[in-house]
Design a protein around this ligand. Structure first.
Ligand SMILES: *Cc1c(COP(=O)(O)O)cnc(C)c1O
Length: 225
C-alpha cells in the first residue's frame, strides 16, 4: 500500500487515456508535478517513480528544494518579482508565468549574451481582476515586445482559467488559448510550441485542447496543508 505511488500512476493512466481520446502522442504532453508545500521526501519518492519535471510557486521554497535535488527539471510556475532575478538565473528549466518587462530586464542584466531563459507568457484568459497575466487582446503586442530581449526565449503561453468545479466549463478557455497561440504564431511568424494549461481538476480537457504541459499537484501529492 503506497498512496503516493498509486496516485502518481492513476494520473499517468489518465494522461494516457486523454491522449488516446484526443489522438495525441503521450510524448507530446509533459507532466509537471506541482510540489509546493510538499516535503522533499515526497518529491524524491515521485522522482524515484520516473518523474523528472517538478513545479514550485515560491522562489525561496523552490531554491531550497533545487539545492537538494538539482538533477530534476524545475519549473517556476508562479509570479516572480523582478528583485528575485539574481536568485533564479540558471536554476529553472522554464518560467511559466512571465508577465513583466522588469523581470526580463533584470534577468538580461545577469545573463551572458549567449545564455537563454525559456519562458511562457501568462495569459489572463478569463479577464479576471485578481489574476496576473496579460489580457488576450494585448498578447500580440506584448509577445512582440518580449521577443526583443535577446536572453529570453518565448516557448509559448500559460494560463490559469477561472475556477470552476465543472471542467467542461473550463474547456472553452483552453480552446481560446490554442486559438490565441495559433493566431500569434502566424502574425509574428514565430513558433510557440508550448501551452501550459490544465491542473488536477481539468487536465484531461486541457490535453484535448492541445496542452503540451500540464501542472498537477493535488492529484499526485494529495491535499496541501
Ligand atoms: C498550485 C498550482 C497548480 C497545481 O494545482 P492542483 O489543483 O493542486 O493540481 C498548478 N498551477 C499553478 C500555477 C499552481 O499555483
Amino acid at each position: 500500500m503506497n498512496e503516493l505511488f498509486d496516485r502518481y500512476h492513476a494520473v499517468q493512466a489518465k494522461i494516457h487515456d486523454a491522449c488516446k481520446v484526443a489522438g495525441r502522442n503521450i510524448e507530446d504532453v509533459t507532466l509537471v508535478a506541482v510540489s509546493k508545500f510538499h516535503p522533499i521526501g515526497a518529491i524524491a519518492a515521485v522522482a524515484s517513480y520516473g518523474q523528472k519535471d517538478f513545479g514550485e510557486n515560491y522562489i525561496q521554497e523552490a531554491l531550497a528544494k533545487i539545492a537538494q535535488l538539482p538533477q530534476l527539471n524545475w519549473h517556476a510556475i508562479g509570479n516572480i518579482q523582478s528583485k528575485k532575478a539574481k536568485d533564479i538565473v540558471g536554476k529553472f528549466q522554464l518560467l511559466h508565468a512571465l508577465s513583466s518587462h522588469s523581470l526580463c530586464e533584470e534577468l538580461a542584466k545577469r545573463m551572458s549574451p549567449h545564455e537563454k531563459q525559456d519562458v511562457l507568457i501568462q495569459v489572463n484568459i478569463g479577464h479576471e481582476d485578481q489574476k496576473s497575466g496579460i489580457l488576450p487582446e494585448n498578447m500580440l503586442e506584448y509577445t512582440q515586445k518580449i521577443k526583443a530581449y535577446a536572453n529570453i526565449q518565448i516557448s509559448g503561453f500559460m494560463c490559469i482559467p477561472p475556477f470552476n468545479d465543472d471542467a467542461c466549463a473550463t474547456r472553452p478557455y483552453f480552446t481560446k488559448m490554442r486559438q490565441l497561440r495559433d493566431h500569434i504564431e502566424k502574425e509574428l511568424d514565430i513558433v510557440l510550441p508550448h501551452l501550459s494549461m490544465g491542473m488536477s481538476g481539468d487536465f484531461t480537457e486541457a490535453i484535448c485542447e492541445g496542452a503540451t504541459i500540464i501542472r498537477v499537484g493535488t492529484d499526485i501529492f494529495g491535499q496541501r496543508t
